[in-house]
Design a protein around this ligand. Sequence first.
Ligand code: SF4
Length: 508
Amino acid sequence: MDVAEKLDILADAAKYDVACTSSGVSRGPRRGSLGSASQAGICHSFAADGRCITLLKVLLTNVCAYDCAYCVNRASNEEVARAAFRPRELADLTIGFYRRNYIEGLFLSSGVIRDADFTTELMIETLEILRDEHRFRGYIHAKAVPGASPELLDRLGHLADRLSVNLELPSADSLRLLAPDKSRASILSPMRQIMASMAEDADTRALMRKRTTYLTPTAPKRKTRAFAPAGQSTQMIVGATPESDHHILNLAAALYQSLGLRRVFFSAYLPVNDDARLPSTDAVQLDREHRLYQADWLLRFYGFKVDEVIDADAPFLDPLVDPKANWALNHLELFPVEVNTAPYETLLRVPGIGVRGAKLILRARRHATLREDALRKLGIAYKRARFFVTCDGRYAGSGVAFTREALRAQLVSPIDGGRHGRRADRATPGQLSLFDAVDTPEKAAVRGEGPKAALAGAPAAGARLSRARERRPVPTRAASGTSGAGAGAMARRARAVPADATPEMIFA
Ligand code: SF4
């Protein structure tokens, strides 16, 4: 089998791994070395469902000794074509693609060939050829194989920029059922080791930067590479087992908190095998995956706690309303807020105002009083935000009753399997492979086809209606209909998971 055939099989086999994203590490070019890594990311292809895909996302091999029920590469699947790269083949291929400007980095995963240690040794050999022989300084994300020796994991971490250990499923029971070759310990131990090694590495580097002696420090001839400078991430499958969103988000929060993960990826279960242990439905829960990502964003960037986003009594996220809008609808007594005076943390909780938007508002209001047109210019999603804010005392949401039901009807945003938002018309259906030719509306417009080309010949848009500027009544908190039921009620609700829960406690 030649390298192109192997690449065809192994790049396709890697498409189920969603734990890849922007590089998260910035490193400039260096004389005598090849490549650089950009903080902005290496792999900005987005599939229709919003997944970010690396260009060279490949398995070292899809031969696997394990038999995970949900995986197309499992040992008992006799229908799948198997292939394996030799380390040098894969390293040379990566460099060849890099030189042709096809890729900016490598996302390397693998099936378990023979055992975890043997597989990790092959991965290490590949990365050593890349780093030491080709002097490749580009971004590398490597998957750690659960059960590999700590020494090998340590070596892998010094070669890769990011490491990830897949959690696979949200509980140890599910793991026992569907991935019997893996265990809670074999997954959480390497995660803990990676966290400890990163901390140790950071301490050592800080100490070396400090002058602790009057003697001139002698710089080591060659610097040791930092241990996983872009941190670690993980991935879990959603929908193959009965765990609720409440459980999954608590687990994700515990992973961020106690293992310092940079990112937890959720992957909607894709039925690829017939197995009595798997759900019988063919429905891929992309909408659920999307809502989980939205909630995860709230935890990481908006200062929300899990029990604010989701309640143990209603343990699944609302499929029709995004989690932030849902929180706002449950706390109408806190709205509307005045954009010219509200603190940053409050602005972050307004549907339609994101992190960037809140920062821009803070900056802009130092110089002028903000009104509707200013908010629109700042890129605020005013259509949503207008129900929750006042601008210089004016409320733009009148005409819609300030009640949970009426506002919910305005904020409903069905996901439609990922085909929503500004990128929807540009996204290609399914997951891209290296061998797909991608067509976009822009390309179609260049050829003289598609809606953009049609629009090009259309008459200019007519004059816009001037917006009414009359002072509108501002709903009072008493009119909200929730009458203080929000924050207090939320606080009174029993917490199913303690705030300081560790991943071991949840992943039980
Ligand atoms: S270890 Fe499990 S999930 Fe990974 S390739 Fe093998 S069968 Fe698939």
